[in-house]
Design a protein around this ligand. Sequence first.
Ligand code: FMN
Length: 352
Amino acid sequence: MHAALNTPLNEALGCKYPVIQTAMGWVSTSDLVSASIEAGAFGFLAAAVMTPEECEAEIKSIKSKSDRPFGVNIHAFQKGVDRIIDMCIDYDVAALSYGRGPSSKIVDKVKAAGLKCVPTIGAAKHAPKAVKMGADILVCQGQEGGGHTGYTPTWLLLAQVLDQDLGVPVIACGGFKDGRGLASALTFGADGIAMGTRFMMTSDSPTPDATKAKYLDSEVTKIPVSKKLDGMPQRMILNPLLDDLEKSSKLGMLLRGFSNGMKYKSQTGMSMVETVKAAWGMASKTDMTLGQTMMAGNAPMIIQKAMVEGKPDEGVLPSGQVAGLIDDLPNCQELLNSIISEAETRLKAVGA
Ligand SMILES: Cc1cc2nc3c(=O)[nH]c(=O)nc-3n(C[C@H](O)[C@H](O)[C@H](O)COP(=O)(O)O)c2cc1C
């Protein structure tokens, strides 16, 4: 392997290649994580959408298929997060990833147990704060990245973070899919790349075929950012449902919120009155409207329509813009082999 492909990331996380498979709700399951780590990447299990019981079963499943290290992604405010963190410690998980920060008490606890802390940041000002709180590695996701995302393009964010010289490995994220991207990130000064969409678009991910077909058909300019789903900027493929949401007035959002609330009542276990009360409580604390807050409450169910049930037109499709450039579904091993060989070719060509 080209020496440049052995970076502080490989050493810190114990992976063969400087490539991270990021957490994606209902996508980065044990199937995808075990395949990505066996192929030489470092994979994160998307536990932010799991109960502690589901997370434990998934951790056990990964361990039954591979003895390579892997990480778990959490959301600081999810139900049962303390149990999931204890579980990560008990099962010797190698790293914890998160977005909006858990408390420094949690970070201190997992670090003391030997886990690496790997937050994702989307704005340069968050980098020093994350490191001060204990980050061992920083994943910098530029605006072209999938799911919730920021406003700074990947290369500009990377330059801003590298210029701060924070003393931890910095990983480029948002828009990567191949060896050219990896070689470019390394020559730019990063210690590796992290990819979401590209790993979803493998035959190892559990995303239903009908939904993958929509990603294969997508165009780079038709994967916009919208705040209409849960109030936060989220990049998704433009489908009729997202188009409708974008055009909805405040009243339209309220009606949608109500109708989704009725539709998903049995899944959330909340009555309509409880749903409205919870949404009202949240809306009064944020600048979101009641309709938007009710939509946010139902966002997980709407995403699952596409990502789990295989009904892409009835749900939304979180995606990086890079989906517009992806037209195949290799398995993780084929993907990693091609990324590494292309990166080596580019690095040698530049060296020559
Ligand atoms: C379908 C999908 C689901 C995602 N779910 C999560 C999640 O649960 N937690 C998280 O931290 N990031 C999530 N993300 C963001 C990814 O982990 C990753 O940061 C992003 O996709 C990187 O950009 P890329 O798609 O251009 O590689 C999701 C992204 C996608 C495409």
